[in-house]
Design a protein around this ligand. Structure first.
Ligand code: XIL
Length: 417
């Protein structure tokens, strides 16, 4: 009830009732951090370490910046109990040259997190994007295995014992590339072959036996043909690794969602539950809601974005193996959706996007209250638990996940229709 009042206040408050100047409390006991802790969930966001003030010391309240002094640092401290570097731990940031590592920003992130009692996700050890500029001319079939192994050993051992989970391999699946295993044709695949994935996981496990080793990917949330196919290939990959004793402990579902179009549903629940059967945790790793295609002003954006957070979190949070929820940023002032000029980010009216729980001015928006209310509903299933029961005539309970077009599988297998 209180949350509903707050939601309405945040939607309509200051503009319509200028006399109501009192701010809705969202810090401390009213924060996402506190509400998530109450239901045993890690909650947090991607951060830019350069923007964090390290002198804000949790042991000395007066040194913690007020929202007026440093709203970014303030909000990250108040709202998150887990952080991930938006870019600072990618190869392009860590590897100025083949022979060197630059750990300044990632070290700063770990230091900040430890001062403020926050966990850290590592993102990421192996990806086809954001490779350093020297990579394409330097890496070869002769040195690629050593290059990958040395990078993972060096980075993962530096932070060993301090990482909640590592995105060991990011976005390795791309069924449109036409391979039966659904793998993406990437530099790593070209240079090493499909076993680069196993190599990355086994190397990470040796370097940091405590971190939960994660496979992370996007566009695996919806029940569309494309996303069902990709989700199937991700599950097949996880099963392959698991069956061969390769250390994988979690699947990361990025959750870059759209305000328009279909909503996630049964297929994603199936993925989460199939992961649970293998003993894998699931993390919502990069949630935001893109309003590129949504007409209307800020209020329309806010309402649509909040509705997506609500329905998505009501779907996934009741699943007991969903252990962490991170948004890709905390404020609209720092989100890739307001930085990119690409068609997938740019609105036709050139208005700023509002994909995150805090707006450009660090005011909580309806998405914040939708998140907090979803946390408050706890982890009780709102969706019938038999939603993923396969059709009676299906011989293979995992049939919805077979990759359309691969041997023995019809070109399209829409899930649960
Ligand atoms: C994005 C960052 O947010 C941008 O700043 C950067 O320019 C490109 O990468 N999937 C991922 C993230 O795994 O690393 C991406 O982050 C967003 C999509």
């Amino acid at each position: 009830m209180a949350a509903a009042v707050s939601l309405s206040a945040a939607l309509h408050g200051e503009e319509r009732h200028p006399q109501a100047q009192a701010k809705v409390p969202v810090d401390g006991p009213d924060s996402l951090r506190a509400h998530a802790a109450a239901v045993g969930l890690q909650i947090g966001c991607a951060v830019v370490p350069q923007l964090l003030d390290l002198s804000a010391n949790a042991g000395n309240a007066s040194a913690t910046p007020t929202p007026d002094q440093d709203p970014y640092t303030h909000t990250v401290i108040e709202q998150a109990n887990i952080l991930v570097a938006e870019n600072a731990m990618k190869w392009s940031s860590l590897r100025p040259s083949p022979a060197t590592f630059a750990f300044e920003q990632s070290d700063k992130l770990f230091q900040f997190a430890s001062i403020h009692g926050q966990l850290v996700r590592g993102h990421n050890l192996c990806w086809h994007e954001q490779l350093p500029s020297w990579f394409s001319s330097y890496a070869s079939k002769a040195n690629a295995k050593a290059l990958l192994t040395q990078h993972i050993q060096t980075v993962a051992s530096r932070y060993a014992g301090r990482v909640h989970s590592w995105d060991v391999v990011n976005e390795a699946v791309h069924p449109p590339d036409g391979r039966p295993d659904g793998l993406r044709k990437s530099p790593w695949l070209d240079l090493i072959g499909p076993e680069y994935i196993e190599l990355a996981f086994t190397t990470a496990a040796k370097a940091d036996p405590q971190a939960k080793l994660t496979y992370n990917d996007y566009d695996i949330e919806l029940d569309t043909a494309e996303q069902s196919s990709k989700r199937g290939a991700v599950l097949m990959l996880a099963r392959r690794l698991h069956a061969r004793g390769i250390p994988i402990q979690a699947i990361g579902v990025q959750s870059h969602l759209q305000a328009t179009g279909p909503r996630p549903g049964a297929g994603l629940l199936s993925l989460i539950r199939e992961a649970a059967k293998m003993g894998l945790e699931v993390y919502i790793t990069e949630m935001d809601v893109n309003t590129r295609a949504l007409p209307g002003g800020p209020e329309a954006q806010d309402a649509a974005v909040a509705e997506v957070y609500k329905t998505y979190l009501d779907l996934v949070l009741p699943e007991p193996n969903v252990k962490a929820l991170l948004t890709w940023g905390i404020t609209d002032a720092h989100t890739w959706l307001n930085q990119s000029k690409q068609p997938w980010a740019l609105r036709p009216d050139f208005a700023r996007q509002r994909p995150l729980p805090f707006d450009d001015q660090y005011e909580p928006v309806p998405a914040f209250f939708a998140m907090r209310s979803a946390l408050d509903r706890g982890r009780q299933p709102l969706v019938p638990t038999d939603i993923t029961t396969p059709p009676k005539d299906s011989k293979d309970p995992y049939a919805p996940f077979a990759v359309p077009g691969s041997p023995g599988v019809p070109p399209q297998t829409p899930p649960h229709q």
